[in-house]
Design a protein around this ligand. Structure first.
Ligand code: ADP
Ligand code: MG
Ligand code: MG
Length: 250
């Protein structure tokens, strides 16, 4: 059974169809890159998988571990192992990162029918995970993303990802706003989480990120559809030839 199966997905936003019959199969252990020009529907796809409100699915289906994902609310999806790292992580002034992480972590445990972790136990766990990802401990004491650099925000997302141990990680343009050093650190964090049980969907506009997170498969989206799929060499072809060649195919 595939981890994720998106079949002929059609999605509308405010009465406009954005995804026009998109299909995608992702197995455990695989890293898929989704590339495509701005406005091709990459973020829409990631939002619909995660269950963000405001999207109307008018056709097709999404199966996750063989179950109907579209029937689940966003918390259930997260508890089942879906994690979406946002393109623009939100700042939450007044909420300490450590407390935010514990609340989110325990909400997931609860949704899975597991008992909550008490503060000392959680602290130990989060410190361990942060250490493995070379994330400075003082970041945990600051307000969520408040005054964080682009790179720190990404590391915070990766820390959450590592804590939640999802089976499917979706990274939406994690390279946007990062300089090359921050990009490398964030990519190292993602690579450290690659495992045979886990799949990653890496959404990016640029080929650059894929030098650091090397995908097994590359899909090109244009105008709300996957118009071409291939191996990692497809990203290099795109870098050379651009997206314009796909405009007519869509
Ligand atoms: P990408 O991530 O590939 O840049 P998006 O999924 O963000 O593409 O957007 C795809 C299309 O859907 C764009 O034309 C965008 O303007 C439109 N769109 C996305 N979200 C909304 C929304 N909330 N309201 C109206 N249009 C939207
Ligand atoms: Mg965009
Ligand atoms: Mg986007």
């Amino acid at each position: 059974m595939s981890l994720l199966e998106v079949r002929n997905l059609q999605v509308r936003v405010e009465d406009r169809e954005i995804l026009h019959g998109l299909s995608l199969i992702v197995n455990r252990g695989e890293v898929h890159a989704i590339m495509g020009p701005n406005g091709s529907g990459k973020s829409t796809l990631s939002h619909v998988i995660a269950g963000k409100p405001g999207y109307e699915v008018t056709g097709g289906e999404i199966l996750f571990k063989g179950e109907d994902l579209l029937e689940m609310d966003p918390n259930e999806r997260a508890a089942k192992g879906v994690f979406l790292a946002f393109q623009y992580p939100v700042e939450i002034p007044g909420v300490i990162t450590m407390n935010f992480l514990r609340t989110a972590y325990n909400a997931q445990r609860k949704a899975r029918g597991e008992s909550e972790l008490m503060a000392p136990e959680f602290l130990k766990k989060v410190r361990e995970v942060a250490k493995n990802l070379s994330i400075p401990q003082d970041m945990l004491k600051r307000g969520v993303n408040v005054g964080f650099s682009g790179g720190e925000k990404k590391r915070n997302e990766i820390l959450q990802m590592a804590l939640f141990e999802p089976s499917l990680c979706i990274l939406d343009e994690m390279d946007s706003g990062l300089d090359i050093d921050a990009l490398r650190i964030a990519a190292d964090g993602v690579n450290a989480l690659r495992s045979p049980d886990r799949a990653m969907v890496v959404i990016t506009h640029y080929q650059r990120l894929l030098n650091y997170i090397v995908p097994d498969f590359v899909h090109v989206m244009s105008k709300g559809k996957v118009v071409k799929s291939g191996g990692k060499e497809l990203a290099l072809e795109l870098e050379a030839s651009g997206y314009a060649q796909f405009e007519d195919a869509a």
